[in-house]
Design a protein around this ligand. Sequence first.
Ligand code: GAF
Length: 427
Amino acid sequence: MTADLLPAWDDAAGAARVRHLFAGTFEGEPEGVWAAPGRVNVVGEHTDYNGGLCLPVALPHRTFVAAVARPGTRRLRLVSAQEPGPPREIDLDDVGPVGTAGEVHGWAAYVAGVLWALEAEGLAAGLPGLDVAVDSCVPAGAGLSSSAALECAVVVAVDELAGLGLAGSVDAPDDAGRARLAAACVRAENEIAGAPTGGMDQAAALRARAGHALLLDCRDGQVEHVPLDLTVSGLELLVTDTRAEHRLVDGQYARRREVCEEAARRLGVPDLRTVADAVMGGETTLDEVLSRLADSEERARVRHVVTEIERVRLLVARLRDDPAGPLRGWSLNRVAETLDASHESLRDDYEVSSPELDLAVAAARGAGAHGARMTGGGFGGSTIALVEADAAGAVTTAVADAFGRAGLAAPGFLHATASDPAGRVRG
Ligand code: GAF
């Protein structure tokens, strides 16, 4: 089977596409084009809503929006190349949370939700209506945060169009301002789109840096930029989109979150991060903690979260401490083990993997990957594999062949180079 490589659009290509869509839909010119990346998470899965640590990188694959403000109106007119049809029209005063009369259905919730949340958070008041055209090369339903990419492209556009002044630029980002914009995007996703997600994806899209992974502490929102230039080590992070669609608005993701919150209550702690810190600090052991939980589902979920937070710390330490340089000496095997252990934990303890994800991971490892794991929320979606750059073609062929033999649809592949965060696009 041939490997289907999904290219990233550069500024000129993305801007041209979205300007073309705008011109064919609305009168007049957009005031500019803004873009925000999808993400892959290197390690630290299902830790964000537990106050934990995670380590995403921004993808070169981005969602582009061309937009203009319509002062004196509160009307949103929205068109997307991914959802062809006449523009959606929504009055900003009619937007409300899921389950209320103001509920917004479908993709438009991620756009309208951002404007609603900026006002609800007190970051903006009386925002004007907008005309917005959207086009994207972040595959949807692939667990690569296409929803957060849309929210974050819109939020940086509104930041500039409404003069909020919170984001800074791609070259000189205002991280504190971006953290506030990320919080508004999370609120849009939770309350208007109805997906109870934890915040990693919006932080990655707004606060990541090219050439770095983002070490995000989800308890206090602090970030650290960890250098991750794989090219110097002759390596590459290869993403496989299994094309088994992943969804966060069905009940499984919410159920995982509820079980973790219930376990934390039972253990008498504010969140499972507190447990992870106590175990790492030697104040207790994981076995002792688990012995206080009667329910086997809770035990398994807690074991994943605590060990996964530890894996983030270990992986970052391994990247920093190898005297030969990150992923050049002993750290390569240690990092590979950490990635593999994360997958096993997500599959067996957290039960968010799928046959397609397991197959992509096994095939990549069989073709020589230095560690592979599912990435993102799971239940379908994508995997990552750390591969020798000159063997990436052989790994993609091996994964595609394995899917063909299993009678599955052909997977897609992306090269995950740690890229820029959201901002205005030149062109
Ligand atoms: C999804 C969610 F949106 C994130 O908040 C995070 O929980 C992730 O799944 C799992 O790590 O991407």
